[in-house]
Design a binder for this molecule. Structure first.
Ligand code: ZN
Length: 244
């Protein structure tokens, strides 16, 4: 990570070049900032907001689904660090205000929401999707029940199970028995050709540093053991197809 920042700031002198191992000369594809949601990635598509390659694949998938009368709608795609921070702090305030201890509030939030700086939505590769042709009750569209049984998004789910990988999109938080970390999210897909190398780069980062530098609410309770478990379960216990 320090190496990346070093390269990025462009302060390699001729003298330094002679001392650095050759592996350093590979230009990093993703900066520390863009991996933690503080970069400024070029995003494509109105209300789509994905990196170019992911955007193009999404449009192709959306077209194919439309032929089956499914209208794939993005509920959420790119979110930056500060947007995630506001989501985190709203929930933290709500849960602790309802009498939870900080530890209980954090456990509850990380059933579905990430600590700012650790969201795959920071990457411009991941989307939460529904079928806007379906009639559904209420506003809470990202509800697993709506994707199962007689739920309104079941036909979309069946179609995605069969076709999404053709376009490079993979479910991240699967319902595999014994999987830990975030709960089952039948709506959250990731564009693997980009998110795989991004996760590989992310794995080299210091998660504790990322989540404690901004002092988000509850950060004082991110103990070393909590951070290790969060990294192992919430960041890395995902669909194995998405692991580098
Ligand atoms: Zn999501």
């Amino acid at each position: 990570m320090k190496r990346r920042i070093f390269i990025k700031s462009g302060i390699i002198t001729t003298t330094a070049l002679g001392l650095i191992p050759s592996s350093v000369f590979a230009v990093p594809e993703y900066s520390y900032e863009e991996l933690i949601g503080k970069g400024n990635p070029k995003l494509f598509g109105d209300a789509i907001n994905l990196r170019k390659e992911a955007y193009e694949a999404f449009i192709a998938m959306k077209k194919a689904a439309a032929a089956e009368n499914l209208n794939i709608k993005i509920v959420s795609s790119y979110r930056d660090f500060f947007r995630q921070k506001s989501i985190w702090e709203r929930k933290y305030k709500q849960y602790t205000g309802n009498g939870m201890t900080p530890e209980q509030a954090i456990s509850k939030i990380i059933e579905y929401s990430t600590i700012p700086g650790t969201s795959r939505h920071h990457w411009g590769t991941d989307i939460d999707i529904i079928d806007s042709n379906a009639k559904y009750p209420g506003n809470d569209v990202l509800d697993p029940v709506k994707f199962e049984g007689k739920g309104p998004f079941r036909p979309l789910k069946v179609w995605l199970d069969k076709n999404a990988v053709t376009y490079g999109f993979y479910l991240v938080y699967t319902d595999r028995p014994g999987r830990k970390g975030f709960k089952y999210e039948p709506w959250h897909y990731s564009y693997r050709p980009l998110s795989l190398p991004m996760l590989e780069a992310y794995k080299a980062l210091d998660v504790k540093h990322i989540i404690t530098t901004e002092k988000v609410a509850g950060a004082a309770h991110f103990s070393d053991s909590f951070v290790q478990r969060y990294r192992r379960e919430n960041i890395l216990d995902i669909n194995p197809d998405l692991l580098p």
